[in-house]
Design a protein around this ligand. Structure first.
Ligand SMILES: O=C(CO)[C@H](O)[C@H](O)COP(=O)(O)O
Length: 217
């Protein structure tokens, strides 16, 4: 299980500082939509140069003009870029094709999706990576729970990331659904000791994986 650090609502310097502090514990760097809107592709290029070995997810949340936005992201150094599930099939197909040209991947953000039929359609387009997303604004009225996994329950052949206010406290419940990637923003970036928060999350994931593999053997 990967730990993806989401850099959202942060200044340029905060992004770089947090990455330096947490780099030992995180697997994937997500450059959040707000950070991209503020600093554009220049911050993606800079983070690519500074952390050449760590996969970068650009949270473009593309909803149209998929070919152009995917090319922008991959040319700047992204390994994975995001598209909203409600985007047209053409947008998503175009992005998958651009990803192929750049040896990159597309993560489909399932925010707002309630029907399993859309998941099947996405798979037919060639999608193999999705993120279950309890949005930032939804977090004002509740917390992420295991119910979010119902959308992908029984569906095979998908890597499933999950995001939305995950912290060390809410982690145990989420871990039991075995997502392939845990996306954590504020649970690291808004903590007093960000290095420690990232290390504790990583340790909790590793501990879960050890106990899970023991219980299977
Ligand atoms: O995509 C996002 C917001 O749209 C965030 O990256 C995602 O929600 C993770 O951040 P947090 O853990 O702070 O909720």
């Amino acid at each position: 299980m990967k730990l993806q650090l989401a850099l959202d609502r942060l200044s340029h310097d905060e992004c770089l500082d947090i990455l330096t502090e947490t780099s030992e514990s995180i697997d994937w760097i997500e450059i959040g939509s707000g950070v991209i809107k503020e600093y554009g592709m220049s911050i993606v290029k800079e983070i690519r140069r500074t952390f050449p070995e760590t996969p970068i997810v650009t949270d473009m949340k593309t909803c149209d003009a998929g070919k152009y936005e995917a090319a922008q992201a991959f040319q700047a150094g992204a390994n994975i870029t995001t598209v909203m599930a409600f985007a047209s099939d053409q947008t998503i197909s175009d992005m998958l094709n651009v990803a192929l040209e750049h040896e990159g991947r597309v993560m489909v953000d399932l925010l707002g999706v309630t029907s399993k039929q859309r998941i099947t359609q996405l798979q037919e387009l060639g999608v193999d990576l999705v993120s279950l997303h309890f949005g930032k604004d939804m977090q004002q009225n509740g917390n992420i729970t295991g119910d979010i996994f119902e959308l992908v329950n029984g569906i095979s052949g998908l890597e499933v990331a999950v995001a939305g206010g995950i912290t060390l406290d809410s982690l145990p419940n989420i871990l039991s659904y075995d997502p392939t990637t845990l996306i954590v923003g504020g649970g690291i970036t808004k903590q007093n000791n960000r290095k420690l928060a990232a290390a504790q999350l990583k340790e909790a994931i590793q501990k879960y994986e050890r106990s899970d593999s023991n219980s299977r053997s």
